[in-house]
Design a protein around this ligand. Structure first.
Ligand SMILES: [Zn+2]
Length: 97
């Protein structure tokens, strides 16, 4: 689904919350050493076979409970906003503040 400019991305919603899994404060990345280690290990293998590092979806570095909560928050904001045809161009309708 393309990014709707009236709302922040799910990543921004997720990052704006405290992580209930690792207790990362709002705005700070998750403390997820295994996720980082997994990506580093895959990139070492890719480097050995001459491939560039993989593109990282920033959501993959957050704990899933935080991503799901952020996604639900975005869904609530989208449901509470006017229909797309009734929105003011360039205005954001999120409640992240
Ligand atoms: Zn976390």
């Amino acid at each position: 689904m393309p990014q709707d400019p009236a709302f922040p991305s799910v990543y921004e919603y997720a990052l704006a919350r405290r992580c209930t899994h690792c207790r990362a404060e709002p705005g700070l990345p998750c403390n997820a050493p295994r996720k980082h280690g997994d990506i580093a290990s895959r990139n070492r293998i890719r480097a050995q076979v001459g491939q560039p590092p993989m593109e990282i979806n920033p959501l993959a570095l957050l704990h899933i409970v935080r991503v799901n909560a952020g996604s639900r928050h975005q869904d609530r904001d989208i449901a509470a906003a006017p229909w797309p045809e009734d929105r003011e161009p360039g205005r954001r309708y999120d409640t992240l503040g």
